[in-house]
Design a protein around this ligand. Sequence first.
Ligand SMILES: [Zn+2]
Length: 280
Amino acid sequence: MSTYTNIKCGACGYSFTDGYTPGGRQSSLGPSKILCKKCLSVNTTSQRPYSQFTSYDRFTFWVGRTLMAIVRGGLWVGAAVFGILLLFDLESEAFIVGSIIIGMIGNVILIYFLIPEEIKETEKAEAEFPTSEIDLKIEKFRHTLEKLNQVGTRDTLTQISLLKTPARAEAPSISTSVNANPVRFNSPIQISVTLDNCTSSSGNISMPKLQGLIFSKGPSQIHNTNWVNGKKTSNHVYTYAYLISSHQDIKIPSIKLSTSAGILYSKPFVIRVLNDETNV
Ligand SMILES: [Zn+2]
């Protein structure tokens, strides 16, 4: 199912990715610092410009990007040619295989032209980042003045108070929740498993068999990343859809999960099932 990522400013929550964007993987290549456009906090990223890569980083970067280009190129061109053949009611396996290979090779050639450009952009962003405290203070002052002109004093004060918003807890934990409670027999529900500041060791979550629920689909995944003063906080939400197949209350047991922070348990809870005679 779908995976979405949102990278936000640790101080004000402004999204650098413009909300949720498809894709779960994040490139190791990028500026090591991002200045938040909204509150001017410096967010330290887990990325590095190419010049700061170790030889191991360089190796994994090129191998990773090349493999990704091969897979994507093959898929895209293969799917496009397959679609065109379908449109004209033609059938040619050789043609599809040929186009997949051409797509793979073509995309690898393409990224070898595009990546040096991307590296250059990253180096430029890194070099142009306001480095000294004074530069940052001037930038902040200018920003405040601009805001004063734009929206008046009250809104500016709100903006400034946002700067003091405390960072989210960094302790790893897992928790489960349901989108509706109480529920009725036969109604659809969604159960979400949230991993705060840890990831599943296996990369996914195997839900226990739940009495009174029929699994329908999932999981859909949402990944959030926050950078707070160089420390990364994250949360991953896995959502599963079920159908209520019980007339009695449903016990959701504690879920045990092997994570990057060791074995963690969620708190059990009960989904109340209303009988038809009961008034809500
Ligand atoms: Zn911000």
